[in-house]
Design a protein around this ligand. Structure first.
Ligand code: OTU
Length: 598
């Protein structure tokens, strides 16, 4: 099978796309033939290093490029240290992942990070080493192979926008090496001030501004995130070569997926907000083509937390020379946010609008759907979607944020992130705390919170994406304020929803119910045969969202009142496993997964 796909064939085929990106990115200033020669050298050398087992995987996956767009795919994301202490320690918990049906595992903070505060591992000091306290690359190779046997693909973050200020490139730059100085962007004070006018801020509270004065660099270094995260200068092709080589080496260690962090920010352009620039897409497409040539089993997941309309292009685009693929998976951040908005207002209009905007996936691609992740819920990405049907979108979003932060008589227990609580930015909290479990005082409110947890998990699973659970949410873990005692972390509210995994909690009734709900939803999706781009249908009720999953109709009641539905045909309740009456009633925050037999 797939014998025709030698590295030569793939260079011939995908090399054309890759060269096109080099020309677009660097053609005005650099000799593209010369650059391509160096790229080709790296591709061949890294492919040469690739193990026989991984090359077999390349062949299998290339023959079935839709392998991960399948009803049974489910993901899990976790901080390795908080989940298992060390890499070898994780081997003991693979059974938990298997029991959940996990097929994709994203480990956060795995690569060697900056000493001290490292933004949860996103200030990477060495792309090719594992954080020493966690283990070694040999441990990771063993883990990846063990996971592969369990059909779990291991994913690692590739922070493409920045390195830490103690990465050896940054240290060399600080020491005056011109080669590495050009890996970063250094401007004078006046330019920094001018540029700042066009830029927005990701961490206005804890890291205001986009530039940091670094005396050793003789100016202001571009730092979109924390001052110790130095943005890479992708206008320098040497950065592309270095990252491309590191990425392929990591793929050869057994990682089957990369989470491309912060890719909206890769290309800076004066006079713009330097987000989602066309060239940022060209960089990602170049890296994709490189993987398609030298490690084609490897998936790319895009992390672009940007307004809805800017997100689909991260799957790829046709710029007149045929479709150029970009990322296999893209976070459906807007759908996640919309779920929380809908829950706070008891109205399904926003998720319906987002589903409408999420269809039309290219082949060999899928959304990554989720309810919570290690970051805050960033509200503003759905502002324009709300504006399309509400004249006061900011007020509406602010209300949703405040409700989720526990005001207005809400059940939720969230905390404002990077905002004084008056404006709308982000909200932190675990799924269970935000859904009301922390505040539940009696059996009735506990039951309601557990239904809200199931509702949001159902939105993620029924919408057809690679539904990815965040560590501890399956156990109903609550907000954890212990980070406030740690001077390295106390300024960062996102730690409130990154608790240590509580293995004992798994045996308690709360976790047992959440996990059995997840299992039922997963099995329902498998039975429906649904995966891929989401599709909504009209239920005739503003609080009731209708999602089509394969052949099935899934009803999600976002309100605190019961809603009755009339089913169009005889159905079975997939979550309970028995036939249902055509006329059914959904309790508050209830899910009805109506299985339609063919
Ligand atoms: C990403 O996040 C990571 O997921 C964060 O954990 C990192 O802090 C950050 O990059 C820097 O590496 O803007 O589109 O809470 O949604 O920082 C990329 C805000 C990002 C995050 C945001 C995000």
């Amino acid at each position: 099978m797939y014998q025709s796909s030698t590295i030569d064939h793939r260079i011939d085929h995908f090399g054309r796309t890759l060269r096109r990106q080099l020309k677009r990115l660097y053609g005005d200033v650099h000799d593209v033939d010369d650059l391509w020669e160096r790229v080709e050298e790296i591709l061949r050398a890294r492919h040469e290093d690739r193990s026989a087992a991984l090359r077999d995987l390349d062949a299998t996956r290339a023959a079935d490029p839709n392998w991960f767009v399948a009803p049974e795919m489910l993901g899990y994301s976790t901080y390795i240290d908080r989940f298992a202490s060390t890499v070898p320690g994780l081997e003991q918990h693979v059974d938990h992942l298997e029991a959940l049906g996990v097929r994709y595992l994203h480990l956060l903070a795995l690569l060697k990070a900056r000493k001290g505060d490292s933004d949860g591992g996103f200030a990477v000091a060495d792309y090719l080493s594992i954080e020493p306290a966690l283990g070694t690359m040999a441990d990771v190779e063993r883990l990846a192979a063990q996971l592969r046997k369990s059909r779990i693909s291991l994913c690692v973050d590739l922070a493409l926008n920045h390195t830490s200020d103690d990465h050896h490139w940054a240290l060399a730059a600080k020491a005056g090496d011109p080669l590495f100085r050009d890996f970063y962007i250094v401007v004078d004070e006046e330019t920094a001030r001018l540029r700042e006018k066009d830029l927005s801020q990701v961490f206005p509270g804890t890291a205001p501004g986009n530039f940091t004065h670094v005396p050793e660099m003789g100016g202001w270094v571009w730092t979109t995130f924390y001052p110790f995260q130095w943005d890479l200068n992708w206008a320098n092709p040497k950065v592309l070569l270095a990252i491309l080589d590191a990425m392929l080496r990591l793929a050869n260690h057994g990682f089957e997926a990369f989470r491309f962090d912060s890719i909206a920010f890769l290309w800076k352009e004066a006079g713009t907000d330097s987000r989602n620039r066309p060239a940022a897409h060209h960089i990602v497409r170049a890296l994709r083509a490189a993987l398609d040539i030298a490690a084609p089993a490897t998936l790319i997941k895009a992390e672009a937390i940007v307004p809805t309309a800017y997100v689909p292009p991260y799957f790829g685009a046709d710029e007149g020379e045929g479709f150029e693929a970009e990322c296999h998976l893209v976070y459906n951040n807007s759908l996640m946010v919309a779920g929380w908005v809908a829950l706070s207002e008891g109205d399904a209009a926003l998720p319906e609008a987002i589903i409408q905007a999420s269809g039309g996936l290219p082949p060999g691609a899928n959304w990554l759907s989720y309810v919570r992740c290690h970051d805050d819920i960033g509200w503003s990405s759905v502002l324009n979607d709300l504006a399309s049907f509400d004249p006061k979108p900011i007020e509406r979003l602010t209300q949703a944020a405040r409700f989720t932060e526990g005001r207005q008589g809400s059940w939720a227990c969230g905390e404002a992130f990077q905002s004084d609580g008056a404006s709308v930015h982000g909200t932190n909290g675990t799924l269970a705390s935000l859904a009301g479990l922390e505040r539940a005082t009696d059996e009735q409110s506990r039951d309601a919170a557990l239904r809200r947890i199931r509702l949001l998990n159902a939105l993620s699973i029924a919408s057809g994406g690679l539904a990815t659970l965040f560590m501890g949410d399956e156990a109903g873990l609550l907000n954890d304020h212990s980070y406030l005692n740690d001077p390295q972390r106390r300024h960062e509210g996102r730690w409130v929803h990154r608790p240590d995994m509580d293995w004992e909690a798994l045996d308690k009734p709360t976790a047992r119910r959440i996990i059995s709900d997840i299992n039922a939803l997963r099995d329902a999706r498998i039975a429906s045969g649904g995966a891929g781009g989401p599709e909504a249908f009209d239920t005739g009720h503003p609080a009731l969202l209708g999602v089509r999953c394969g052949s099935d109709l899934v009803f999600l009641n976002f309100s605190a009142t019961p809603i009755s539905v009339v089913l169009p045909t005889d159905c079975s309740d997939r979550l309970i496993g028995r036939p249902i009456d055509r006329q059914a009633i959904l309790k508050p925050w209830d899910v009805l997964w109506a299985g339609v037999s063919e």
